[in-house]
Structures are given as C-alpha cells and as structure tokens.
Design a protein around this ligand. Structure first.
Ligand SMILES: [Zn+2]
Length: 90
C-alpha cells in the first residue's frame, strides 16, 4: 500500500494503474484491523494498491474511532512464529 495522488504507473513494476479496490490490514498495537473494499488505484500487473490522500485521511480518522463502529464480521486467522517458518541454519 502506497499513498500518492499523482502516480499513474506502479512504482514497483511499472504496470498500469486502474481504479479498483483493495483490502487494508492495519496493526494497531497487538490488534489487527481489516478494512475491505477500500477505493484505490490498483496495479494491473502486481496488484499493488495506491490510495489517494483523501481516502487515506478518512482512513486515519476512522482508525481513531473505529471502536464506535460494529465490525461486519470477525475473522479467525492463523498466526505462526518465525521459529516455525525460518530455519536458523540458513
Ligand atoms: Zn505493479
């Protein structure tokens, strides 16, 4: 997720951006918050999403008061530690 108002090309791969939607995963301390269907310009090649300053500002505001809103649903996600995923001998 990048924030820029003026890009029309993906900074990662140079692919074309088109209006679309993305899912944001935001860590707030130890709490993970997911916001889906966020309007963004999405790279047609690597799916990297670019969010406008206007939307970003609204998201920042929402994150300060999200507890006043009832979430649509709760997700259960698997969590692993690096000890399981990464071999120390590498
Ligand atoms: Zn890209």
């Amino acid at each position: 997720m990048k924030m820029s108002a003026t890009v029309d090309q993906c900074a990662l791969c140079g692919g074309a951006l088109q209006p679309g939607e993305t899912i944001l995963e935001i860590w707030k301390g130890k709490e993970l918050i997911v916001i889906k269907d966020v309007p963004a310009d999405v790279c047609q090649q690597c799916q990297d999403a670019y969010i406008s300053p206007e939307v970003s500002e609204q998201l920042d505001h929402f994150m300060t008061e999200h507890k006043q809103h009832a979430p649509q649903r709760y997700l259960s996600v698997p969590e692993y530690s690096a000890a399981q995923a990464v071999s120390e001998s590498v």
